[in-house]
Design a binder for this molecule. Structure first.
Ligand SMILES: [Cu+2]
Length: 495
């Protein structure tokens, strides 16, 4: 129905326009062409003038109407240290261009009205005027120089890298189709090295696991940062061009495959503080979900966002991520809960190049574990300690490289407690011949004893016995249980 009405209106307007044209033509014939032309010129001059006023008034009106949605004004005041500078720069440019814009529009339409075609009027012709040339070259040149110098100054300040000795935190954002992989440096504060040749299903960023700085690096699903700390974001891409964009912080930088870029900024308002900033404006008091009038108001549902500002493919929108700026304590708590990617996904798996060695942090925690277990054996009725990390090559008595760390803890304890005497015991699961298992467990217990002796423990304080499959700690009915039964232990026989 509406469509029909619109269609009919359009036809009506067209008919009216044609009729007016015919009437004007007729009137022109009656009055004479030239006289008629002059009347039309005058009328069009007035239309020009009316259009100018309507246009400028509406421009100013819409500008004022939507001011609370623009970055840089009222609720959208920047949330970073450098953001205010960028906003101020934009404002100065906007004011200068705005003044020029209004003046030129007024002159354009005013002249169209004032000098609308008249009989006998003659145009003044100026072939050249030095003064005029100088004026309209100098003024823009001075204004441009002012804007450029100011802009360069701000650019150098905002794009400056971290200075030596400055306190900062570095994170890494890798863009891919379609998402961001965020990597944090972990407790050591350093991001590990990467190599694109190492990228695989298990190693999505190509981290080099032989670099110890990678051991504690963790990957995060959301961008969480502490307030008031300088953040250096290392920005890269795995496939096409992306763009790391944090609108509320005025951070925007291309993510380019093969060329790492960076951006340094300092968040100054937590999400909570920014919500308070939005709260005072009516635009943010409407329901956040337009379909549900009972949903939280917009200001309360607000979260900062990380977006990709490069149209990088058909699911480009899916690169949006929530950003949380929190107080430094809350950040520390969050970071402490994050799990190292390497330790939880790679450590001791096939792709781990460090299977044969332990990192200092692991040596320390395992030592603590061992001391506690030994302490329990010495002070309670439970006299047996099971080695948690002593393992052998499959089917043989050859100790694996990492076994030595736990055995060294035992060596140290034996040297400290002079009266300590122990019996080493080997156990297997039920797979294979009984006699063979018994022999293998004896050989394994002997191998451990040999190692301890080689480290200077007196052989008289040691004995070794293989129990084969005779003393299982779990039913041999699953792979996990069998693994529990394959074990090496020692029993305190004197202290
Ligand atoms: Cu993208």
């Amino acid at each position: 129905m509406t469509a029909l009405l619109v269609f009919l209106s359009l036809i009506l307007i067209a008919v009216i326009a044609i009729q007016i044209g015919k009437v004007t033509e007729l009137a022109a014939k009656i009055r004479g062409e030239e006289e008629m032309q002059e009347i039309i010129n005058g009328r069009q001059g007035i239309y020009m003038f009316v259009f100018m006023i309507a246009f400028l008034v509406l421009t100013a009106y819409t500008g004022a109407l939507y001011k609370n949605y623009y970055l840089g004004y009222g609720p959208m005041t920047a949330a970073s240290a450098h953001g205010g500078k960028i906003d101020a720069m934009f404002n100065v440019t906007l004011i200068i261009c705005g003044i020029v814009f209004v003046i030129t529009q007024i002159l354009l339409f005013y002249y169209a009205w004032k000098y609308s075609g008249r009989r006998n009027a003659k145009a003044r012709f100026i072939s050249h005027d030095n003064k005029l040339e100088i004026i309209w070259t100098m003024i823009p040149a001075i204004v441009m120089a002012f804007l450029v110098v100011r802009g360069l100054d701000a650019w150098n300040e905002i794009m400056a890298d971290i200075q030596p000795g400055e306190d900062y935190m570095e994170i890494e954002a890798t863009g891919f189709q379609f998402g961001w992989a965020l990597r944090y440096p972990g407790p050591d504060g350093k991001l590990g090295t990467k190599n694109f040749r190492l990228i695989s299903g298990a190693n999505p960023l190509g981290q080099d696991w032989t670099d110890e700085k990678n051991v504690d690096d963790f990957h995060a699903d959301e961008l969480v940062l502490p307030k008031g700390k300088k953040i250096r974001v290392r920005i890269t891409s795995k496939d096409v061009l992306h763009n790391f964009y944090l609108p509320h912080f005025r951070v925007k930088m291309d993510a380019i495959p093969g060329i790492p870029t960076y951006f340094v900024f300092e968040p100054q308002k937590t999400n909570e503080e920014f919500r308070e900033q939005l709260r005072n404006y009516p635009e943010y008091q409407v329901p956040s979900d337009p379909k549900d009038p009972n949903s939280k108001p917009k200001w309360e549902a607000f979260d900062y966002e990380l977006a990709c500002a490069e149209l990088c493919g058909n699911s480009h929108f899916a690169m949006r991520k929530t950003v949380r700026i929190v107080e430094p304590d809350a950040y520390e708590m969050w970071a402490a809960q994050q799990k190292s990617y390497y330790l939880s996904n790679i450590r001791f798996k096939d792709e781990d190049p460090n299977k044969e060695k332990l990192f200092s942090s692991e040596i320390e925690t395992r030592k603590e574990e061992f001391i506690e277990a030994l302490d329990t054996a010495l002070t309670t009725a439970k006299k047996t300690v099971q080695f948690s990390y002593v393992t052998f090559a499959t089917g043989s008595e050859k100790l694996t490289g990492v076994s030595r760390y736990e055995l060294d803890n035992l060596v140290e304890a034996m040297k400290e407690k002079k009266g300590l005497k122990i019996q080493l015991a080997g156990h297997t699961d039920d797979i294979g011949e009984d006699a063979q298992n018994l022999a293998l467990s004896q050989k394994r217990a002997d191998a451990v004893m040999k190692y301890l002796v080689s480290k200077g423990v007196d052989a008289s304080r040691l004995s070794a016995k293989g129990f084969g499959e005779s003393q299982p700690v779990a039913a041999n009915d699953s792979d996990d249980n069998r693994a529990q039964n394959r074990r090496t232990e020692f029993r305190v026989v004197g202290q």
